[in-house]
Ligand binder design. Structure first.
Ligand code: 4AD
Ligand code: MG
Length: 473
């Protein structure tokens, strides 16, 4: 008989009809006469209840239908007597696909997240991870839909690259060389001429540079793919392998870029509220009581647009009135996450787009501001048209900028930072052949999922996290 998905079975009001559902047993309870089986097939957070009269079924079969087992059940859809569900199935026949061994790791309720990470291959079958993964899928759909509807082309940038976009030296090398027998030149440097690509290559930290090539031909593109960073940060917000969305668009200025960032994030949050209601309600109840209110709040708020220099002023005023921070924050310092959180969660109490950072704490490609700011009456160093979108409880969710389009200024930055010019020739060509104003940003997909699900740790919003000393599954 044809299978009905549980999401459809629960929505069906054609009581009395016969249907077959298949899934995994979440729990079984019962008495001498009747067993109640809660069945889930991943199509929804909700289980369907199967009512099995004990006398109709083989004892041994019922014994094997425990938590985790996979079964098919054919029966009559009836209006439920119990509270909390509309329909249940009065079982006529049950087929056991696979019994579940007694050491099933998701047997008990209330396991810690750390325990579940150690059993990440099975944690997907829990309510929480089911909800997170369905929301993750929905956010991917939201992103593709947003850009498609706004005239951006999905553009595929390479994962293996010979350039370091962020210049932060956090790249994983890609090689087919025999690591036990590395040939070196007289200076002691490894020879890559005979390596697979004939040069040193790595996994990409960002698709932006190639994205700019796409945008300066197609007008507007976005990437959406895996990104790799070998940064040894063991925090709840960093992964070594994460997914990034990077739109890049021509003929825009800083205000247009910030409008895009704000509109895009709000679109994604709205999509979640509209398409993931059951899962959000579950997470709101079990994980984070303020979740739905916070999501709705973001839609109502206009994001604060805050100049870095003004941000430092606010932070220093706070310090003067007794607010303690672990790290200093003088003009020129990169903000620590405690500073970002102060601004977003305590001072403004809404998302903040921070701009005009000092040039020296940002990447080489950002457009240099004409005006140099003064702080405490003193002229400071040049700033750039970079934008970080800072979110409550997440911190930086987006990093972006208007790009330096002037060939000479860009070349100056590359030289000042000792980036090997020979690796950048193709990038520089965009500034020689019809250079144009353009900009874009990178959204960390998992950071968006953190925000939308209310989960606390980035390792719990990607199926199989990659972090320092951890590449299981
Ligand atoms: O600020 P980032 O480093 O910017 C770029 O890579 C630019 N090339 C983007 C662009 O303008 N096209 O990274 C962008 C975002 C961050 O704001 C953060 O959300 C996420 O990527 N991110 C990480 N997410 C998880 N784990 C990490 N290790 C991350 N590093 C960055
Ligand atoms: Mg950044």
């Amino acid at each position: 008989m044809k299978r009905t998905k549980i999401i459809d079975a629960l929505a069906c009001t054609d009581y009395g009809c016969e249907m077959t559902v298949m899934g995994w047993v979440r729990s079984k309870r019962g008495s001498k006469n009747v067993n109640f089986i809660a069945l889930n097939d991943g199509s929804t957070i909700k289980n369907i209840q199967i009512v099995a009269d004990v006398e109709k079924f083989d004892d041994e079969l019922l014994r094997q239908i425990g938590t985790g087992a996979s079964i098919a059940c054919t029966g009559t859809l009836v209006e439920s007597q119990g509270a909390g569900q509309a329909a249940e199935i009065q079982a006529e026949s049950i087929k056991l696909f696979g019994a579940c061994a007694p050491d099933y790791p998701m047997q008990k309720k209330g396991q810690t997240f750390e325990y579940m990470r150690q059993h990440a291959h099975m944690r997907l079958r829990t309510n929480t991870f089911g909800a997170v993964m369905r929301i993750r899928h929905n956010m991917a759909m939201a992103i593709h839909t947003y850009f498609h509807e706004h005239g951006y082309y999905y553009f595929h940038t390479p994962l293996i690259t010979a350039s370091d976009c962020e210049g932060a030296g956090q790249m994983f090398q890609v090689t087919t060389k025999n690591l036990y027998d590395l040939k070196k030149d007289e200076k002691g440097s490894i020879i890559y001429d005979d390596d697979f690509f004939g040069k040193q290559t790595s996994l990409t930290v960002s698709g932006q540079l190639e994205g700019e090539l796409g945008a300066t031909a197609l007008g507007a593109i976005y990437t959406f793919g895996p990104t790799f960073r070998a940064e040894n940060s063991n925090t709840p917000r960093h992964l070594a392998e994460f997914w990034m969305i990077e739109p890049e668009v021509c003929f825009i200025d800083l205000d247009d870029l910030m409008d895009l960032e704000e509109d895009f994030i709000k679109y994604c949050v709205r999509w979640a509220l509209e398409h993931c209601k059951d899962d959000l309600e579950f997470l709101n109840k079990m994980i984070d009581k303020g979740l739905i209110e916070r999501l709705e709040g973001v839609l109502k708020e206009e994001f604060v647009r805050l100049d870095y220099t003004r941000g430092i002023e606010i932070l220093q005023e706070a310090i003067k009135s007794g607010r303690k921070f672990e790290f200093p924050c003088n003009w020129g310092d990169d903000l620590a996450s405690e500073h970002e959180r102060y601004l977003v969660e305590e001072y403004f109490k809404k998302p903040v787009i921070m701009t005009h950072y000092p040039k020296k704490i940002k990447a080489f490609y950002m457009k240099i501001d004409e005006e140099v700011p003064t702080f405490n009456g003193e002229l400071q160093e040049p700033t750039v048209q970079g934008t970080d979108v800072l979110f409550p409880s997440i911190g930086e969710i987006i990093g972006g900028s208007v790009r330096e389009e002037d060939y000479d200024k860009l070349k100056g930055e590359i030289e000042e930072r000792h980036i090997p010019m020979k690796d950048m020739w193709w990038y520089m060509d965009t500034r020689r052949f019809g250079s144009c104003p353009h900009g874009g940003f990178g959204l960390g997909f998992e950071r968006l999922i953190l925000f939308v699900t209310g989960m606390a740790n980035i390792r719990d919003v990607i199926p199989f996290p990659r972090t320092p000393k951890s590449a299981e599954f």
